[in-house]
Each structure stands twice: as C-alpha cells, then as structure tokens.
Design a protein around this ligand. Structure first.
Ligand code: MSP
Length: 655
C-alpha cells in the first residue's frame, strides 16, 4: 500500500445529546465505506469524533450542574462506547477540546485573517442555539408565545454583539466555479443543485465570533471573542489530519491524509460543508475535499424522530434486540444513501426474516448441515471435476462482484448489497436444482455430491467477503463455520471474490443459525417493548436537564418495585417463550405474562419471591392482560429471576 489513504469522515457529533440512530447511521456508513477500501487492499483513514464547544454545550453542561469539560468527557465516551458496540473501526477520533485541534483552528483563523478575509463589526440579528446558526429575519416564522422559529424548527433569539465577520461573499465566484468543474463535489445530484442555487442567490458575510459566552476557542489576538462553533468544528477535518501552526506551506505534514476524499454528513448540515467549509479552505490556501456526500434523514415509525420515538430506536437497545449486523444491514440496505427513509420495527423484522434468515443464513445452514450429514463435516473439492465451479455460479459471482464494486465505489450501499445477495440467491437456486439430498442416496454420485457442496461453499465465501464491509461479524462467522483460516479476509482482493480460491479441503463447523427468524410471538413482545419505550421517552426529563444516560432520583422513585410471591404458574399453549404467572403482593393475585418459558419450568416458580414492577402500564399478550413485569438478569443466553435475600412479606417495597 502506498500513496495517500482514502480519507473519510463523519460529522463530529454534539455531546449535549446521547448518540441516537441518526448518528449511528452516518458512522456505520462511513465504516462500511472505509472497510470496502481496506478489503480491496487500499489504505483507508477513517475519522470521527465529537463537537464539544459552543453555547448549546455550555448551557447543557450548566443545566446538568457540571463544568463543560467533564460533561464533554462523559458524553464523548458514550459515543465511543456505542461505536465499539457497532463494530466501528475508525483510525482517529477527534475531540474539539483537544490541544491539537485548538492549535490547528487558531492557525486556520490566522491564515484566513492574513488573507484579509476577516473584519470586525457588530452582529445584530437572530441566532438559533440548537443549530448554532445565524438566520435572516426573512427565514423565520412566528410561533405561539411571541417566539420565532428558524426553518429547522429551532427557536431563535436576538443577538447584538461585536463580532468578527468572514468575507463569504468574496468566494461566490470561486465556489460556483469549483462546483462546475467538479460535478462530483456535492452528492447526490439533487443536493448539488440546491447548493448551486443557494450560492447563485448571493452570499452574505458570515459572523465568525461570539462574545456572550466563553466555552470555545479564543480568537487569536482578541481573547474577548470565541471562535464561532462551526468554524471551530469544520476545522476538525484538517486539524485531525495534522494541520498545525509552524509548518509553513500548506500547514500539513507530508504524511497527512488531507484532502478528505469523502465527508459523510446529513442533509441538514450541507450548507456548512459545501459552502462555508470550502470557502474557509480557499481563503486559507488549503486543498478542498473531493466530495461532500449528504445523506437523508430517518423518520421513525413514519414520524419525525422525537425524544420519545428516539427512545424506541435507541441504538444500544436495537443492538441487544436484533444484533449488531442486522442493524448495520438494515440501515444501509433499506434506502439508497442520499434519500430519506423510515425506520420501523416491522420493516426491520421483515428484512431480518427474508434477507438474513431465509436467504443468507439458510444458505450457510443448509450447506453445512449437508456437509455434516453426508460427508462428516468435510468439504472436499472433487478431483478431476472439470466443471468446477459451475457456469451459473461463476456467472453470478462475476456479475455480482462487478456490480458490487461499482456501486460501493459510488457509495450506493443498497445496490452493493443487492449484488452480494445476487450471489447468495444463485447459490440457493443451485442447491435446489442439484438436490444434494438426492445425490447422497447414491454412492456412485459421491464425487458429484462433493462438487455441489464445494461449489455452494465457494459462493458463500465470495458473498461473505462482499458483505464484510457492512456486516463484518457475520462475514467472520461464515468464515469460521466454513473452516477458513483465521486471516482469510486478508487475502488479495481478486482471490476473495474468486470462487476457485476456496481451499480444496475444509473441516467445516456448523454453528447456530446466523439469524434466527423472528416469529409472531417475539414480534409481539418487541411491539410491547417499543410501546413501553415510547411511553418512557415521553415522560423522561426535558432535554438538557439531565446528562444523557442518567435518571433523577425522582424518576427512579416513580417506579414501584415490590416483592411478590408466585402463587400460580402455567405454560401458555402455542407459546414457546411465555408463561402465565400469578403473583400476590398480599392481596388478590395479579397476572403477569413473562418470557420465562425457555428458562424455568412453571413448577420451579411456585412459592418463589420475585421482584415485580408493579406500576407498569398493563399490556395484552397472547390474549391476556399482563399486569406488571418481573425483573431478571440476562447475559444474553440465560435469564435468572431477581429475588430478595431471605424472607420478606409479599408487597414489600424494593427501594
Ligand atoms: N456538530 C455538528 C456537526 C459538525 S461537523 C463539522 C452536528 N452534530 S449533530 O450531532 O447534531 O448531528 C450529526 C449528524 O446526525 C448530522 O449529520 C445529522 O444529519 C445527523 N442526524 C441527526 N438526526 C438524524 C436523523 N433522524 N436521520 C439521519 N441523520 C440524522 O450537526
């Protein structure tokens, strides 16, 4: 590997909020793109991080009763924690409170200043703290209570203070010329046209500093001002790439990955990335990024993602419920990157059941199951089989690989994944057509049977390589079950997508199904949880009042946890998971429908003291009303009921 790596970035996320599905989306996409390049043997440099300055952050920290920096530390860690769970392999993580960043941004300011593009004046106008953006009067709408709202829906406040300004207007021509010369600079096309029209409409100079709060990088030479948070934030892409004072020339070290090859962002922050950022870079004499790719927004169950709906798609919870790769797959498969989409549990479950369980999981399982039953687990390339691999599979693999590579290159994850599935369905069809179970009945056809199974496995390996960027864990599990060497994914790319490169003999290891189907009952259970999470989200504290992830003591006390005695327990006909349990808190028993059937026999529960969430909204399950929930510890496999140490009267409060 040589030359500049493929440099890809996500936005740096505000740490006043905890990570949500929108953040996860961009980051998973950038991870998949970086992995795509690595799979092809190219160097990739993937940057993500957190945006920690500004008035919004200062206010959120104050509301939480914390100093800004410890507040940022706490919340930035939450992003890193989620990225680890989501299998995000970034190369660098930048926080705008780091020294390297602050020094770099100050240098960027000095260069823009030296270019004559910064002047001192007074800003009198509207500012939306939520967006950290200035708005013109004409952009605002009136809202009840005399409030005014920005087009984004954020409330604006009147600001009047001395401010440094950036001569944005001066760059109108240069920007338009750049867009015209580099049509790929803004993607997708429709967004590019919007930006061009916006810039053609004329650019007002941009306020670049604030004096009314302190939490930011001081303006070099005038410490009463802090640098406008977007100038600070956008600078991260260069400061993380080594842009620093005292280097002369471009300010970048020779090994710097700058310029970025792709900035992935959401459409709401396109103007900052496609207009302001290149203008700052032009002014500072730095090369421009190659592409700004603006993706769409997710709604949740058909509605704008609000706090309570966000709770129903909390990434941590989604990963626990469905597994990390199912989420990564859904996000990139469901909608074309660039368009808006709707996230619903129903659609997710459908994708899991059809694409992941039926198509991919089943291909692996049925193939290895037959290898185990008919050939003792040993895959063998039949010697002398001239037709290996067979034409239809070869054609599918070649076409699939070409489409996949072209589409992934264009950042069209959806089409790339469809191409990988093309290989999977060809292999499933091939098995149906060759019917190995028939071949296995006839000893004379043993070599043919070996050939068929080997061919199916060869397709699986190619498909696994192609899905690795999006579903790394699944690809690795397929490799393990096929019995491939641990480092199989490090083979040259041409081999990874070549059917013939499957080793001649393999000891396979049939494992659990990759993606168990989600049946009706589990689906109902999920729906119940979604409803509970939405309700919980609606009642939670106002945003900003509580550090993400924490609950107040008052909130905790609203939960009524009580010791309860089990007086009856029985299986529910047609349900593998659920038990109908009657518990008493001292008085008349109540019914709880609990997902314990795989872990406890009904008779084991009788007489036990368990912990009941006694004020949970009742819900209907399998035609019965469930009036509470039992607490249990889960390590993913086992489920162990929580109890009370020693004897206690039923109804005792747990606190
Ligand atoms: N800190 C700025 C970015 C600075 S980059 C130099 C910021 N942070 S953010 O945390 O508010 O948003 C980060 C990203 O999340 C944005 O790209 C935004 O588009 C994305 N999303 C927020 N909600 C989203 C959805 N509902 N759906 C998809 N993406 C969404 O802006």
């Amino acid at each position: 590997m040589s030359g500049k790596p493929f440099y890809i970035t996500t936005p740096i996320y505000y740490v006043n909020d905890k990570p949500h599905l929108g953040h996860a989306y961009t980051t998973v996409a950038a991870d998949a793109k970086a992995r795509f390049h690595r799979l092809r043997g190219e160097a990739a440099h993937f940057l993500t991080g957190t945006d920690e300055h500004g008035q919004k952050l200062e206010r959120a920290a104050r509301a939480a009763g914390m100093e800004p920096l410890p507040f940022c530390d706490m919340n930035s860690a939450k992003f890193q924690e989620l990225w680890a769970k989501l299998n995000i392999r970034f190369d660098d993580y930048i926080r705008t409170t780091e020294e390297r960043h602050k020094r770099g941004v100050a240098e960027l300011w000095r260069r823009v200043h030296a270019a004559g593009d910064i002047y001192l004046s007074t800003y009198a106008g509207w500012y939306a703290v939520r967006d950290e953006a200035f708005y013109a009067e004409s952009e605002l709408t009136d809202a009840p209570g005399g409030k005014k709202l920005a087009p984004s829906g954020a409330e604006v406040e009147w600001v009047e203070e001395p401010s440094y300004f950036f001569r944005l207007g001066k760059y109108q021509g240069a920007l338009l010329e750049h867009y015209a010369r580099h049509p790929e600079f803004i993607q997708p096309e429709a967004r590019r046209n919007e930006v061009v029209r916006f810039v053609e409409g004329g650019l007002r100079d941009l306020s670049l500093s604030r004096t009314s709060f302190r939490w930011g990088i001081p303006v070099p030479g005038d410490e009463r001002h802090v640098i406008y948070v977007w100038f600070d934030a956008l600078g991260n892409y260069a400061t993380a790439a080594g842009f620093a004072p005292g280097r002369g020339g471009s300010g970048l070290p020779p090994e710097s990955p700058w310029p970025a090859d792709q900035h992935f962002i959401g459409k709401d922050i396109l103007r900052f990335h496609a207009v302001y950022w290149p203008a700052f870079l032009l002014s500072a004499g730095l090369p421009l990024p190659r592409q700004v790719f603006s993706h769409g927004w997710w709604t949740v169950e058909g509605q704008k993602m609000s706090k309570s709906l966000g709770n129903a798609v909390d990434p941590h919870w989604l990963i626990e419920e469905y597994g990390v790769d199912a989420i990564r797959y859904f996000l990139l498969r469901e909608i074309p990157f660039g368009l808006d989409g709707d996230f619903s549990h129903r659609a997710l479950i459908e994708r899991i059941n059809s694409d992941l369980a039926n198509d991919l999981g089943n291909l692996l399982h049925r193939t290895l199951n037959m290898v185990k039953r008919y050939r003792g687990g040993r895959l063998q390339r039949a010697s002398g089989e001239e037709e290996l691999p067979e034409d239809e599979l070869r054609a599918a693999a070649i076409a699939g690989k070409q489409t996949w590579e072209r589409e992934m290159e264009k950042t069209n994850f959806q089409e790339g994944l469809k191409a990988a599935w093309h290989v999977v369905s060809a292999a499933n069809k091939y098995i149906d057509a060759t019917a190995p179970w028939e071949l296995a009945k006839n000893r004379n056809l043993e070599r043919r049977l070996d050939a068929v199974l080997w061919n199916a496995a060869a397709s699986l390996r190619v498909a696994a390589a192609m899905i690795w960027p999006v579903m790394p864990q699944t690809a690795e599990r397929i490799g393990q079950q096929l019995g491939l060497a641990e480092n199989w994914l490090r083979a040259p790319f041409a081999e990874l997508v070549d059917l013939r490169a499957l080793p001649e003999a393999l000891e396979t290891r049939l494992g659990d199904p990759l993606f168990p189907r989600i049946e009706e009952e589990a689906r109902a259970e999920i729906e119940r949880k979604v409803a509970a999470r939405i309700a919980e989200g609606e009642e939670g504290p106002a945003p900003g009042a509580m550090p993400p992830g924490l609950v107040s003591i008052e909130e905790f006390r609203r939960l009524e946890l009580r010791a309860a005695r089990v007086v009856e327990a029985e299986r529910i006909p047609r349900s593998k998971n659920l038990l109908k349990i009657k518990v008493t808190l001292g008085g008349a028993p109540r019914t709880v429908v609990a997902g314990l059937a795989r872990h406890y026999a009904p008779e084991d529960l009788l007489g036990r003291t368990v912990i009941l969430v006694a004020n949970l909204q009742p819900t209907r399950l399998m035609g019965m009303e469930s009036q509470g929930m039992l607490l249990a510890a889960s390590d993913g496999e086992r489920l162990l009921l929580a109890g009370v140490e020693g004897e206690v009267a039923p109804g005792a409060r747990i606190q």
